[in-house]
Ligand binder design. Structure first.
Ligand code: NI
Length: 258
């Protein structure tokens, strides 16, 4: 499982990199005068240093602990949930939602999308949407394909942005909170999307330290959707590649032509 995960991750990272429209999250001269805050009170990530914490595969027994740490640190995050845990843990999903975090779609079976038929991919998304909607009443705005498994065919099946990551904590591999924090400190940049799992004790235990380290560096914590809004996609653009300048391009998004 671990090896498969790693291999697929590398495939996603190396096999699919195309001409990137780089997300400019560092303020430019023209942006210097623009407001640091959006009308809804959230940080303007085109101006401020933002980071998106993401937690996959839950909800699980550790999700409550993650939420406690986020609440204590005043940080927002995004949870990419699986259909069955979501259905079995409606209360936890409701808590995630109520506390201002984003819920995203992470499929039913957690199989790599590149190995599924078009029909199956759409089915996985639909069923997961259903589980989420039954708990929180709304459809998730983004999807994280399991293992970051994407290709052009898979992308065509999606009706919303696919979100990968550029900071991989590898929590599933080492299960060590200090290594989670270390990876974040080493790899974070403005606009980063950090991959953790709320099914892993290490990431639950590391969350207070991760928040502290990022606050020290001046980061604001936003949901993936807030980070995406800073990207200002041009109407008619097909593929958008969400990636802070200079990072390993593992972070993708996609939007249907307007
Ligand atoms: Ni996953």
């Amino acid at each position: 499982m671990a090896n498969q995960h790693r291999k697929l991750l590398l495939t996603a990272a190396t096999g699919l990199v195309a001409a990137a429209s780089v997300l400019a999250l560092t303020p430019t001269a023209s942006e210097a005068g623009s407001s640091s805050w959006l009308p809804n009170g959230e940080p303007n990530c085109a101006v401020l240093k933002c980071v998106a914490l993401t937690y996959d595969d839950g909800p699980s027994q550790y999700t409550g602990k993650v939420l406690d740490a986020l609440s204590a640190g005043g940080a927002r995050a995004t949870f990419y949930v699986l259909a069955n845990p979501a259905r079995q843990n409606k209360k936890m999903l409701q808590r995630i939602h109520r506390e201002g975090h984003e819920v995203g779609n992470h499929s039913v079976s957690h199989r790599p999308f590149v190995r599924l038929t078009n029909w199956r991919i759409r089915y996985e998304l639909r069923q997961t949407d259903k589980s989420i909607r039954q708990a929180i009443g709304s459809k998730p705005a983004t999807v994280r394909p399991p293992y970051g498994s994407l290709n052009a065919r898979v992308l065509r099946q999606l009706d919303r942005p696919a979100i990968l990551w550029d900071v991989d904590t590898l929590d599933w591999q080492h299960n060590d909170p200090s290594k989670v924090i270390q990876a974040v400190k080493r790899d974070v940049r403005p606009g980063s999307i950090i991959l953790m799992h709320d099914t892993k004790k290490a990431s639950a235990n590391a969350t207070p330290g991760v928040i502290w380290a990022l606050k020290q560096r001046g980061y604001r914590f936003v949901t993936v959707s807030t980070l995406l809004r800073a990207q200002k996609p041009k109407a008619g653009k097909k593929y958008r590649h969400l990636r802070p300048a200079g990072t390993t391009p593992k972070t993708w998004s996609w939007q249907k032509p307007a």
